[in-house]
Design a protein around this ligand. Structure first.
Ligand code: PGA
Length: 253
């Protein structure tokens, strides 16, 4: 059975104190009302070690927003997958469109990052998604297929099965312009089919595919109701307790 996951991506927001405050608020509301999905909080590197103890014993897991493409050594300013794992984090977002666009992260580099994440026991949340021009040209499927196959399809079935996918149409990220439930379902079904073609039906059926891009308490329920949408990767709405809880409630009957 594939996991249902709501993961928050704080991006470059919140001081350490603000972050801990938010986690405490979430701990209280989620203890009172158990979520019907796994909940992951992905924070800036510098917050991980301090946030980890506050998440202990809660239903929430911790994740990073990135990791280095090298194992260790003279790479000033970088943070390795082993360092991320040593904080207690279990997940790492890789291939986010902001990393691809602003930091020029390409398919081969992302493959290396995924490999290091897996080698250190982290679950990669691997992001894929087309830009507006791709969609207007009707090329969203080709673009997304290429992103997955170029970075992930060299992995063994055992390794691929450990990866969570996040479909995030770039035109929907932070824009308030959400993909419709139909658009999301169509792309998620396409992605699952591509995984099935490469790795077989069982691995595809067990692969969690999250939707990301202006997901909020108002639209989460409709998005998550789709058979191939297994949860969300949440940016803006992960920054306030009530909003994030509202998204998590998208999985409540
Ligand atoms: P958003 O971001 O929810 O603010 O659109 C999602 C993401 O970038 O992961």
């Amino acid at each position: 059975m594939r996991k249902k996951i709501v993961a928050g991506n704080w991006k470059m927001n919140k001081t350490l104190q603000e972050g801990i405050e938010l986690v405490k608020e979430l701990t209280t509301v989620l203890a009172n009302e158990k979520p019907n999905c796994d909940v992951v909080i992905c924070t800036p590197f510098i917050h991980l070690a301090s946030v980890a103890p506050t998440l202990k014993g809660t239903v929430m897991e911790l994740g990073a927003e990135n990791c280095a493409d090298k194992a260790s050594g003279a790479y000033t300013g970088e943070v390795s997958a082993a360092m991320v794992a040593s904080t207690g984090a279990k997940y790492v977002i890789l291939g986010h469109s902001e990393r691809r666009a602003y930091y020029h992260e390409h398919a081969e580099l992302l493959r290396d990052k995924v490999q290091l994440a897996l080698a250190n026991g982290l679950t990669p949340i691997f992001c894929i998604g087309e830009v507006l021009e791709d969609r207007e040209a009707g090329e969203q499927e080709e673009v997304v297929h290429e992103q997955i196959s170029n970075s992930l399809f060299d992995f063994s079935p055992e390794d691929f099965a450990k990866i969570v996918l996040a479909y995030e149409p770039v035109w929907a990220i932070g824009t308030g312009k959400t993909a419709t439930a139909e658009q999301a379902q169509e792309m998620h079904a396409f992605i699952r089919k591509a995984v099935a073609t490469k790795y077989g039906k069982e691995i595809a059926d067990n692969c969690s595919i999250l939707y990301g891009g202006s997901c909020n308490p108002k639209n989460a329920k409709e998005l998550f109701a789709n058979p191939d949408v297994d949860g969300g990767l949440i940016g803006g709405a992960a920054l306030k307790c009530a909003d994030f809880k509202g998204v998590i409630d998208g999985f409540n009957a």
